[in-house]
Design a protein. Structure first.
Length: 87
């Protein structure tokens, strides 16, 4: 799987959260479609088949990148050697 940049994951997660809130405020077909489109995009970029798995995967990838960044700041080098994330 090609790992999406953390910035892209953060933007998609924020858009998903906003779409969920808008749906709770007022459920319309347009808002349902927007939520579905964002969910599908999150699934596609995380290589998952459903939104719960996509959210879990996105959170994991962001946590890994944060750990890698902390390790680099402390001179420990990357914690993963099979892929590189860029901000």
């Amino acid at each position: 799987m090609v790992t999406p940049p953390p910035r892209i994951l953060r933007v998609l997660l924020a858009r998903y959260a906003e779409a969920c809130v808008r749906m709770l405020e007022h459920d319309t077909a347009a808002r349902r479609n927007t939520l579905k489109d964002i969910a599908n995009t999150l699934c596609a970029v995380t290589g998952t088949g459903e939104i719960r798995e996509a959210l879990t995967t996105a959170d994991r990838l962001l946590a890994e990148e944060q750990a890698d960044a902390a390790a680099r700041r402390h001179g420990a080098g990357p914690t993963r050697n099979d892929r590189t994330l860029t901000a």
